[in-house]
Design a protein around this ligand. Sequence first.
Ligand code: AMP
Length: 278
Amino acid sequence: MKVFDTINETENHLKSFQNKSIGFVPTMGALHEGHIALIKKSVAKNDLTVCSIFVNPTQFNNPEDLKKYPRTLDEDCKMLEEAGCDVVFAPTAEEMYPNLPQIKLNFGYLEEIMEGKFRPGHFNGVGIVVAKLFNIVKPNKTYFGQKDIQQVAVINRLVKDLSFDLEMIVCDTIRENDGLAMSSRNRRLSKGARDLAPKIYESLKLGEKLLLAGESTESVKSKVSEFYLNYPEFELEYYEITDFESLESISEHNPKRRTAIIIAAHLGGVRLIDNHVF
Ligand code: AMP
């Protein structure tokens, strides 16, 4: 497995694979089985798998969150090698941004809801860095996690609007045995917070149960607020019930369509997101 920290080395190396299929998995490192599932999917379907590890400063609206984001490059590389990854691109911020980008990306409606609303500028940062990475790696296929459901919608738009010639593959959320969605941020949870964290998934499943029983989304939201009254350690940022395709709020579950319940909550100083689609 090759590990590069410059754009030049990465591009030069990848030039010799021009006629091969390249699968690409962009990450921010501190890898876990969720990331590795994406890598394995890519390894199974492509001649070459590239993983980027870059904690992208321009997508963090909270400087503390950026500072505390876990960085574990040596361990990450071991996991990637074992999973069959071929190339790791792990640049510094200076390498990616000799000058800060002047362009701004605006994803319209997606900016106004959930992650867009609570993390102003986040998707501008995500969109620009992913576009840069696509231009550097030139993948045939790219793999993203359903865990970041709104990011999937943003990257879909980016690929369509800028005509990136690649296929995007979305992979299911990988969970711990107790239901907690795997996340790099889970490492920052204290023992007490880690024990409580599966309540997030529990609240998503509760929502599903109530919606399938015919309750309105308004009633479900109020019952979920009551659920969290029992766990004051959580600070709920949002709990939205939307149509899976459009991510627009709905008033009840339509059995003919897929519904997504999407949550963001703070627990012990760590911001966690999750979603459940049914
Ligand atoms: P991140 O390093 O958090 O930026 O994530 C890199 C990629 O891994 C993104 O496409 C995420 O959606 C995906 N990912 C993160 N956690 C999980 C998970 N638990 N299951 C599946 N994919 C995930």
